[in-house]
Design a protein around this ligand. Sequence first.
Ligand code: PRP
Ligand code: URA
Length: 209
Amino acid sequence: MDNVTVFDHPMITHKLTHLRDKNTGSKQFRDLVSEISMLMAYEVTRDLKLEEVEIETPMEKTKSKVLAGKKIAIIPILRAGLGMVDGMLNILPAAKVGHIGLYRDPETLEPVEYYCKLPSDIADRDILVLDPMLATGGSASAAIQYLKNKGAKTIKLVNIIAAPEGVKLIHDAHPDVPIFVAGLDEKLNNHGYILPGLGDAGDRLFGTK
Ligand code: PRP
Ligand code: URA
């Protein structure tokens, strides 16, 4: 599908393999989510606009380029999206961080909203929505709709693993939102979990069950 970019960089693939492994404990899982997010940040920001400025090196005056244009907001979907924030902020230290709290009802698989706090100028920012898992797509779609209702215009969705079902739902509901993933998996099981996936991202990050 043309709304999804899969990063096939060897460093990302290597780290994703360890992330999937059920023998990877919470500390290493958190570190890997953070490292993969940082590597993904490079590619996700590839289209940022630059503008020319004049500077002086120790040798002479010269023209060079710095980032121009709109500012960035990163919006983790709670809980699991929190694991991606530090890695992204390493590359985008000036970004503001908003939070959208959603959990997936285990019976209906529908997203339930419980907390939202956004930067006041959200409508003027380029937005990166973060969530390690895109399964049915219900949570990400609800978060994107919430942001659009607040005036957001430029949104990218960044997931570590996506299922084709979730990619399709976002494509149909939000064709203007590109998706960036480290791995595009095979399918969902009957409980809406991604196969082969990595299990429950929130539980593995925070050691809950
Ligand atoms: C997980 C994951 C996504 C959602 C994906 O969160 O982090 O937010 O499920 O599923 P979907 O695409 O079918 O909506 P969960 O609801 O388990 O909450 P948590 O992060 O608090 O554990
Ligand atoms: N949420 C998760 O954490 N993992 C899945 O596989 C699906 C939804």
